[in-house]
Write a protein that binds this ligand. Structure first.
Ligand code: ATP
Ligand code: MG
Length: 418
């Protein structure tokens, strides 16, 4: 679990602001749900035999004896909220996004942590393939907006309760002949959740299942038509993608369209975002029969991809340097008034030489330094130094408001991002 420090947090804020902007352009509203839910919400939705539920959840008993879990993902909580507040009664299509920490007890490594952050979206209520294409196009819009390059959007279809059981049988037959070549986990998966064998990262398992039948080749007519339509909408938009028949997601609720946004730059942790359709989930959680589709992006992985073009921390607009106690008082009051007017103002709080104060102003990257000396104070003036070209001029303290004009949104951090 990581701390996010000043110097890094600006890039996080940049990513969050970009998500808010892009998602709202596409008509998605933010929803905030708790980080803790009843354990059964996750075991029922994600699936009892998935890695997440079997071994990665942070589960504990509260003082009332309830089993609670730190959320390992966002979709289940958002669906719980949608059902609890009957959001579907307000609007037949709910387009929602969330951002926040998720918790999984995994082996930590680059791009994989125990507390990590996701930005995710869910579109619930409509099963038309144009919604799938819209969701994918929005993901690609977001990636372009933050300047990600060399990404591969991989699509697959995981079928539905009509076609998956037959496919599952065919896969079982195929795997049965190769059980000896599979790892221990996969021999267990063969019994409990055979599709997950296709997702195993062990080289031997990958090799043994190289020629395994693919769900995509065994879709029913409805699923097949849906997949073709999603592709044709994307083709119409000019959104590029590839089809990856082997892709299986780590959560059981997916149906039909599934996808991953993959990068070549993060080694084994190559999925930046992942998602898909989950048409049975709301019903399964006790709500009405509502189809849905969504995805979640890993913010730490986005951050790693952006590291070369990190955002710069905000810098003071002006640093007030003072000589003598009386001037310090004046500088202190002036600083506070500038801050209240939306100007980023700073000063040295300890008694330091002018030289030391200038050094600190320089270190903080202040745009201007306002130098207040005792003499000048009696004349109601100060020296304004432009740190960019070291030029200096005298300004009247009474007219400081004309010198410093606040930025339009003083609440924003305004970090500059390359
Ligand atoms: P992976 O195959 O990388 O384990 P996943 O299938 O478990 O991913 P999802 O549960 O679909 O991933 O989560 C969506 C995204 O969240 C992933 O694509 C990834 O960017 C990010 N993510 C998932 N688990 C972690 C983690 N432990 N640390 C950091 N990011 C993560
Ligand atoms: Mg995982």
């Amino acid at each position: 679990m990581n701390d996010i420090l000043p110097g890094e947090v600006e890039t996080w804020q940049f990513l969050e602001a970009a998500a808010r902007r892009v998602f709202s352009l596409h008509g998605f509203s933010e929803i905030r749900v708790p980080v803790v839910e009843k354990t059964e919400l996750f075991s029922r939705s994600i699936g009892e035999t998935t890695d997440i539920v079997e071994k990665e959840m942070y589960t504990f008993q509260d003082k009332g004896g309830n089993s609670l879990t730190l959320r390992p993902e966002g979709t289940a909580s958002v669906m719980r909220a949608l059902i609890e507040h009957k959001l579907y009664a307000r609007d037949p299509l709910n387009k929602l996004f969330y951002l926040g920490p998720m918790f999984r007890h995994e082996r930590p490594q680059k791009g994989r942590y125990r507390q990590f952050h996701q930005i995710g979206v869910e579109a619930v209520g409509v099963d038309h393939p144009s919604i799938d294409a819209q969701t994918l196009a929005m993901l690609s819009h977001f990636a372009d907006e933050i300047g990600l390059r060399d990404l591969d959007l991989q699509l697959n279809s995981l079928g539905c309760p009509v076609c998956r059981p037959d496919y599952r049988e065919q896969l079982l037959t195929f795997l049965q002949e190769r059980l000896d070549a599979l790892c221990d986990d996969c021999r267990r998966r063969y019994q409990t959740n055979p599709l997950r064998v296709l997702d195993c990262k062990v080289a031997g398992c990958r090799e043994a299942t190289h020629e395994a039948p693919a769900m995509l080749d065994h879709l029913c007519k409805d699923c097949d038509d849906h997949f073709s339509a999603v592709r044709s909408y994307l083709d119409g938009l000019g959104t590029s993608y590839s089809v990856n028949k082997r892709m299986v997601r780590g959560l059981d609720y997916y149906t039909k369209t599934t996808f991953e946004l993959v990068t070549g730059q993060l080694g084994a942790q190559n999925a930046v975002a992942a998602g898909g359709r989950y048409d049975g989930l709301v019903k399964q959680l006790g709500g009405p029969e509502l189809p849905g589709i969504g995805f979640a992006m890993g913010v730490e992985r986005l951050f790693l991809l952006l590291e070369g073009s990190r955002c710069e921390a905000t810098k003071p607009d002006v640093f007030l340097a003072a000589l003598g106690e009386k001037a310090r008082r004046e500088a202190f009051n002036r600083m506070h008034h500038l801050q209240r007017r939306g100007i980023r103002a700073e000063m040295e709080y300890q008694t330091k030489s002018l030289k030391a104060q200038m050094r600190r102003a320089d270190k903080l990257g202040a745009r201007f330094v306002l130098i207040l000396g005792e003499d000048e104070l009696t004349r109601g003036v100060a020296q304004l130094r432009d740190m960019a070209d070291s030029s200096q001029r005298e300004v009247e303290l009474a007219r400081l408001e004309e010198v410093f004009v606040p930025s339009p949104n003083p609440a924003a951090t305004d970090a500059t991002c390359a």
